[in-house]
Structure formats: C-alpha cells, structure tokens
Ligand binder design. Structure first.
Ligand code: GRF
Length: 224
C-alpha cells in the first residue's frame, strides 16, 4: 500500500498542527523555502493562542490560525476536531504534520487523513511513548536515546515508524542536555521523512514503512 504516490508535478500541500515553541515547524518552513522538500506549507493550526509556532508561521508569511480546543485538556472536542479537519481540507492539505501538538486526535480526523498524518516523537519508539520522553529515557538509564517520525493512528505514539535517529546518552547529560541533542536530530529526521513522502518513496507493508531507494524502484524487489 502506498503512503505517498509517485513523484508529483506539483508541490505537496502541507498543514502543521503545533502547540508550542515550534522549532520542528521552523525546520519544515526552512526546508520548504530552501526547496529541500518539494512542498508548500499552507497553514499552521494551534490550540494555543500564545504558541510561538503561530508567530513563526506568520513571520514566514504562512497562514496561522488559533482554533480554541474546547473543554478537554488532552483532546479536542469532537466538533472542534472537525473544524481542524475542515480548515485543512479547505486549503487542500494532503499531508498533516504534528509538531509538538499536545492533543490526541481521534476517529473522524484520523480517517479524513488516513496514513497522511505524521508525528515527531523524542524517543526511540516503542520505548518511552507519551509525555517527557527524554526525561523518561534519562531516568531509565538508557545509553542510546533518539527520536522517531511515525504515522499517526489511534494508538498514542504507536503508528508505523518512518524514520528514527539514535543519540548517545553521555555521563554528564541531564534531561535538558539530552533533550537538546535529540532535538537537533528531530529537525533533521522530520525534514527527511517529509521529503521521502513528497518524493513518493514511502510504502506501507503491514505496519512496516518501506523507504524506496529511488522513485518507483523498490530495492527489495517487492511490491508495495
Ligand atoms: C518535540 O520534542 C517533539 O518531538 C515533541 O514535542 C516537541 C515539540 O518541540 N512531539 P517544538 O515545538 O517543535 O520545538
């Protein structure tokens, strides 16, 4: 099954959901501007009016909307979730990127963008899903930490993994220094995963995401 089709004549239209400082968003913005990824970022949506991510989008001339999340803390109200999906559809968004979006998305949103939602998570999944993953890893005492870009499904941080990067944990690390080192890899990995999608080089095989070496050519010789 294809996650992304073949190479396109036109840019892939992206939409980003973010709740916070937006450094991953910035990496995506920079990569579209430099044409490292053949994509156009149409809109950034946030549940928080004061999200620095909205400011970064506006500075780059990208439409930035605050859509209040409703009464829940960890999810959107169902009718508000529909508003998020509609805002993306109205702008012809094909691929949705979660970049520090602090709410879990549910059924209707997930089916509206089936296999077209990516998330970046600061651990080597399936280890340390959920909040404060870098602190979880540091406290557990792992020697290798890292980050994962994955497709979003109905399991929190549990969708098919697209790319991962490993980061060593040093003796003098604190959760903060480790998080900083992981963040650099997040920016690189997220841009790379979006680029692969835009180049039509991702195939879903069960829950394994296969990365094609070249457009249309599967190194393993199998179908997708
Ligand atoms: C990142 O660590 C990301 O992995 C996690 O939330 C954080 C967002 O950071 N999902 P930023 O807003 O992109 O700077």
């Amino acid at each position: 099954m294809a996650v992304s089709g073949g190479r396109r004549a036109r840019d892939v239209v992206l939409g980003v959901l973010a709740s916070g400082r937006g450094t991953n968003l910035q990496a995506i913005i920079d990569a579209t501007i430099s044409r490292q990824i053949p994509a156009r970022l149409a809109v950034v949506l946030s549940d928080r009016e004061d999200a620095k991510a909205l400011e970064r989008a506006r500075e780059a001339g990208i439409e930035a909307l605050h859509i209040p999340p409703g009464r829940f803390k960890t999810k959107l109200e169902p009718e508000i979730e529909l508003k998020y999906a509609q805002a993306l559809k109205d702008r012809n968004v094909e691929l949705v990127l979660l970049a520090g979006f602090m709410r879990v998305l549910h059924g209707n949103f997930l089916s509206a963008f089936h296999n077209r939602i990516m998330n970046i998570h600061p651990s080597l999944l399936p280890s340390f899903p959920g909040l404060k993953a870098q602190t979880q890893a540091w406290e557990y005492g792992v020697k290798i930490a890292g980050c994962s870009v994955h497709l979003v499904n109905d399991m929190v941080d549990g969708g098919p993994i697209i790319l991962q990067a490993a980061v060593p944990v040093t003796e003098d690390d604190t959760p903060d220094t480790l998080a900083d080192r992981i963040l650099k890899e997040e920016h690189r990995c997220y841009v790379e995963a979006v680029r692969l999608y835009c180049e039509g080089r991702l195939r879903l095989d069960g829950r394994r995401v296969r990365v094609l070496a070249d457009h249309g050519a599967d190194p393993a010789g199998g179908g997708g």
